[in-house]
Design a binder for this molecule. Structure first.
Ligand code: TGC
Ligand code: FAD
Length: 396
């Protein structure tokens, strides 16, 4: 019998595929999460409280933009390392992983890939260290799954741009120092702009009343004739492909992160099933409970293998958007199912904050929707298989 199935199930010895550096990174983030997040997360979620000091601490432990070159304050690490970091943070909480993946994949990534040298030097080191928090504005009130319809726009006023419009459902926005905002120019071409807190006409109202990701702060971005300096336009890439490239990186991280949440729920369920006695024996001795545990371990093992192979392809530049969609879609749904089953195994105790599954379950409902909904990823795969886009009625 394998003895390591409690903490971090690794049924297929996937650790054999990791380097010593990977294992070191994983254990340092795991220790960080156990010390800084796990003892507090229940309280933060119950109070819908975003613990701002965690941003600086994430920076210190190297959780932001691990793939960015050290020249700009990043870790210069590969994509397996990035995945392991997301896995370990989301094992603690999906909302905490949101904070980290937005900062890394959605704010640092576009500045790193599409920014000018001046922009990289100005923003990346501060974002990496956690001295600055960023957010990513793509979604609008009337354009979620279909960002190409966005109406947020900017006009060239000669010595500056004038930005108008609004973004909705933006992670980190109420506390962010900068926002990477996607908006159309006068020709209708999408560009990324860096908008800084304090610019006149820029506000970030908070979204209240979430039942999900309660330790992560979410809000709007409102632009009312905001004067954006011309040097704040990301010069390297325009068109919808630019934000979609950022999403590829973030969705990849989510595939690993959701696996972490599933592993945590599985760990809790296995432990409880051996401790809880009913009808004179541990409930883990009943076939129906064993079926649940066996299926959880099977699905987690499949997801781990998917993540590792996808990570390798990310590093080789061979991972396609559809491959990333498959992993994001599969692993988030898998994690949601496992958190629900693990909740059932805990009976009534499962609904309390003493155990993590109910929180993971509520969090994963957002993860199923953001970064492309479960069904949008299905349609991305459908297009890959058939060559026919099915997103709208006029698609051919
Ligand atoms: P489509 O016509 O397919 O593509 C438009 C242009 O983009 C190019 N392209 C890509 N380029 C680079 N990388 C990719 N991955 C690319 N995918 C597409 C494409 O070639 C085309 O280029 P061109 O030159 O021909 O113009 O676009 P579409 O309008 O039909 O939309 C396709 C669809 C529906 C798949 C896309 O819009 C989509 O993915 N929608 C989902 C929206 C979404 O995921 N939003 C996420 C918002 S951010 C967020 O949720 C953060 S949560 C943060 C957290 O807390 O963790
Ligand atoms: P809609 O697009 O209106 O979709 C509603 C339903 O219709 C879904 O079930 C969808 O699958 C379905 N649907 C839509 N189109 C089709 C179609 N063609 N065929 C079949 N079904 C379809 N966005 C950001 O830009 N930055 C962020 O930081 C960010 N953080 C977020 C944090 C949270 C907590 C949440 C909940 C969302 C966040 N988002 C963010 C927004 C997120 O990306 C969107 O919610 C998501 O893309 C879906 O858009 P929507 O909510 O407008 O849903």
């Amino acid at each position: 019998m394998k003895t390591d199935l409690f903490e971090s199930p690794d049924f297929y010895n996937i650790d054999d595929l990791l380097t010593e550096e990977h294992k070191l990174i994983r254990s340092s983030i795991r220790d960080f999460v156990k010390k800084e997040i796990s003892p507090n997360i229940e309280d933060w979620c119950q109070r819908a409280y975003f613990h701002e000091p965690i941003v600086k601490k994430f920076g210190e432990v190297g959780a932001f933009g691990s793939f960015v070159s050290p020249e700009y304050g990043g870790g210069g690490l590969d994509y397996i390392s990035y995945g392991l970091i997301m896995q370990e943070i989301e094992r603690g909480d999906s909302g905490m992983r949101s904070t980290a993946s937005v900062q890394g994949s959605l704010v640092m990534y576009p500045i790193y890939k599409f920014g000018s040298e001046e922009q990289k030097k100005k923003y990346l080191p501060k974002l990496a260290s956690g001295d600055m928090l960023g957010c990513f504005g793509l979604t609008e009130p009337d354009h979620g799954s279909n960002p190409s319809g966005m109406v947020t726009n900017f006009k060239d006023m000669g010595d500056h741009y004038l930005l108008n419009g609004a973004k909705m459902w933006i992670s980190n926005s109420p506390k962010a120092d900068i926002a990477v905002v996607w908006a159309k120019n006068e020709e209708g071409r999408i560009h990324g702009l860096i908008v800084e807190r304090g610019m006149e006409g820029f506000s970030t109202p908070e979204t209240h009343g979430k039942w999900s990701l309660r330790a992560s702060v979410t809000g709007e971005l409102v632009f009312d004739n905001v004067k954006v300096p011309k040097e704040n336009l990301l010069p390297g890439k325009s068109g919808l492909g630019a934000p979609l490239m950022c999403l590829d990186s973030a969705r990849y991280g989510i595939a690993w992160g959701a696996t972490g949440a599933a592993m945590d729920s599985y760990d809790a369920a296995r432990r409880y099933s051996l401790e809880r006695i009913q009808f004179g024996k541990p409930i883990g001795g009943f076939q129906l409970i064993q079926k649940k545990l066996a299926e959880m371990l099977t699905e987690i093992t499949k997801a781990q293998l998917l993540n590792w192979k996808l990570g390798k392809m990310m590093d080789e530049g061979k991972a396609t958007t559809a491959m990333i969609s498959l992993a994001k879609r599969n692993n988030v749904a898998m994690a949601l199912d496992i958190s629900r089953e693990a909740r059932q195994i805990h009976g009534g105790m499962g609904i309390t904050g003493e155990y993590p599954m109910m929180r993971h379950m509520a969090n994963l409902e957002s993860v199923l929707t953001y970064e492309g909904t479960h069904d949008i990823h299905l349609l991305i795969l459908g297009q890959e298989i058939t060559g026919i886009p099915a997103f709208n009625l006029s698609s051919t």
